[in-house]
Design a protein around this ligand. Sequence first.
Ligand code: ZN
Ligand code: ZN
Length: 252
Amino acid sequence: MANFYKGARMLSKIESLLKPMIKSCARIKAVPTDFSPEKATEIRFGGPAYAEKDSAVPICKSCGKPLSFVFQFRENSIEKSGGLLQFFYCFSCLPWGGKDEDGQWLVRYFASPANDKFVFENAGTADESIKPSLATIDKVKMLPDFESLEEENHQVIGLCEEVDPDDPWDVYEEACMVMGCEIEPFSSVGGYPIWIQGVTARKCLLCKEEMKFVAQIDSVPEAELMWGDAGCVYLFRCGKHPDEFAFEMQCF
Ligand SMILES: [Zn+2]
Ligand SMILES: [Zn+2]
């Protein structure tokens, strides 16, 4: 019994440590929907990319083929407001986020997108292997994955190990569930990255500071979007340089 009470006490301590770490994010799901111009600025996958009067069609700098428009979202995707960010990718060169891949992928930013500024001629040809889909948005609560706790809050790991030395991540998962937080991989804007191959970070090339995690685009069967073997794409952005982005792909 003494152990039981000790365990319960530690669990409530874990919860109180985790509570201030909870972040809200926009969970993204795809619903296949044909493209039409009034959907130009919507949060969506595939189809023609939103483009304006001066937008050039993005071309891969390595192979010269057009980059595929994959996904676009808003800075504040929960409110569907703020600038529009678009992710383009070369499915011929298959970059994963390493060096010497400049131009094989692109994050493009529009500060004030509007349907009446949409210029269809500049949208480029849609990649037909991606099914045009609108995104549904849910606001969900998130906590970091167990591995990220090493950096985020090491104390929690110690407590989880005390509760169950064999399965500390089980203890953590249970605590997250009790608190109504997601830690399973899914597509999201904001929140925490849920890593497949482990914690990673990117530094801004201009100011050398660590970039902020912006979004993760999971493999999305509904939109027929697959990163390697059910992988996930992580996007980063510099807090000081809004046009500086980085990405990483991780697969199982
Ligand atoms: Zn290419
Ligand atoms: Zn910077």
